[in-house]
Design a protein around this ligand. Structure first.
Ligand SMILES: Cc1ncc(COP(=O)(O)O)c(C=O)c1O
Length: 409
């Protein structure tokens, strides 16, 4: 048996994650390992927390990384905040809303799901109406529903939840770093993101932030492990957090000056996120969001000029994901296969009711570049034609270029 050296073919990742990592991030990951309690390492952790706060637009003290993928970040916050029997409202408008519901079921929560057709978002009034009917400890909501390409406006929902005494826990996995996420202004109680999308680092770390009310719940559920417990570590009054690894209360202590010896930190992922956040800070949030918006506008214009139709409520489309309806008589798998095999470009299919009906294109982080949008449009046009789709030829790249040239003026 031969064991081959890892040597992946060149790929252009235009799917909604993972996307290309910033080259600076990959270089940072090759930095030598140092101990997790080395003052140089803990100083870096503190810098990461501060950059994360700026990205989440929050003053939350509890803003740190969890060594897990994004769903582990969701699981950390939900498992730490929601006790068995707690009532939680889950407004679901795609696959990732149901993921939150699934995690909450495992927490023993008493959940109520309200649903929206995939391709639409909730009117804040619908959430208020549901909150009027019962008393909930929390509302769990997705900001950017990657499965449908829709983005739920959150500006009003935090204030509604506050009025009804419910926490608002938000999955911003697909949006953070590519679109505004204003944790404090929008009154989000907790917010979770991952690294492999608009942050442009490999998958393997989750960014979390939450306010004092959420931290208070976690600390009432705190039980420091026996082997490292001190006399000051009193048992919290609420039921213990069921996960040791994803225990928010112990993670808080690990990320605090106490530096509780919880897990062994994933050193290279810490380097990666630190460098990815430095890239974002240097670009500035304003410029970064403007870049994603411009590339989104060019991509959408190009797709429409080709005669393709955009899936869902376009007014609430994410600027970092675009879904197209697969034209009649065309097999989405063939489109994706040819893009990958002939052009080295990856785009995505969808799930559940949208499987085989739409294709999803990512415009995220380091992958969100003018040249990538233009290459994708020209390749997609060729692939559509080869697969017998009736598309308008010779217009897509030109329409996208018009958008770029107008913006350059
Ligand atoms: C909105 C959203 N939430 C959660 C997840 C789960 O993230 P991960 O695969 O990093 O665990 C994803 C992944 O695509 C996502 O798009």
């Amino acid at each position: 048996m031969q064991f081959n050296e890892i040597n992946p073919s060149p790929r252009l990742l235009m799917c909604p994650g993972p996307v290309a990592a910033e080259p600076r991030v990959l270089r940072a990951m090759a930095t030598p390992i140092i101990g997790q309690f080395d003052p140089e390492f803990t100083a870096m952790m503190n810098e990461t927390m501060e950059m994360e706060r700026r990205l989440f637009q929050t003053k939350n003290k509890q803003t740190y990384l969890v060594d897990t993928t994004s769903r582990g970040g969701l699981e950390t916050i939900l498992t730490g905040t929601i006790c068995p029997g707690d009532k939680v409202l889950v407004p679901a408008y795609g696959r990732f809303g149901y993921l939150q519901a699934e995690i909450l079921e495992r927490c023993g929560a008493d959940i109520t799901i309200i649903e929206r057709e995939w391709g639409t978002v909730f009117d804040p009034q619908e959430i208020e109406d549901a909150l009027k009917k019962d008393s909930y400890k929390a509302v769990a909501l997705v900001h950017g529903e990657t499965s449908t390409s829709l983005m739920q406006p959150l500006e009003e929902i935090g204030a509604i939840c506050e009025r009804y005494g419910a926490l608002l826990i938000v999955d911003a996995v697909a949006t953070l770093g590519g679109a505004e996420v204003k944790v404090d202004e929008w009154k989000l109680s907790a917010c979770i993101a991952g690294t492999q999308k608009c942050i442009s680092a490999p998958s393997g770390s989750a960014l979390v932030t939450y306010n004092d009310a959420v931290s208070e719940i976690a600390n009432k559920r705190k039980r420091v492990e026996k082997g490292i417990r001190t006399e000051a570590d009193v048992e919290g009054e609420l039921t213990r957090i069921p996960s040791n690894y994803l225990d928010m209360a112990q993670l808080e202590d690990y990320w605090s000056p106490r530096r509780l010896n919880h897990h062994t930190e994933a050193t290279s992922m810490q380097y990666a996120v630190h460098e990815a956040l430095r890239c974002i800070m240097q670009e500035t949030l304003e410029a970064r969001f403007a870049r994603h918006k411009l590339n989104d506008k060019a991509l959408t214009a190009g797709l429409q000029a080709m005669g393709l139709t955009i899936f869902g409520d376009i007014d609430n489309k994410m600027p970092v994901v675009t879904a197209i309806n697969i034209p009649e008589g065309v097999n989405g798998k063939d489109i994706r296969g040819m893009l990958l095999n002939d052009f080295g470009i990856e785009i995505a299919t969808s799930f559940g009711p949208l499987d085989g009906k739409i294709l999803r294109i990512g415009n995220m982080g380091y992958s969100s570049q003018k040249c990538n949008i233009l290459i994708l449009l020209s390749a997609l046009e060729a692939v559509m034609l080869k697969n017998g789709a009736k598309v308008t030829t010779g217009e897509a790249v030109s329409a996208a270029l018009d958008v770029y040239h107008a913006a350059e003026k």
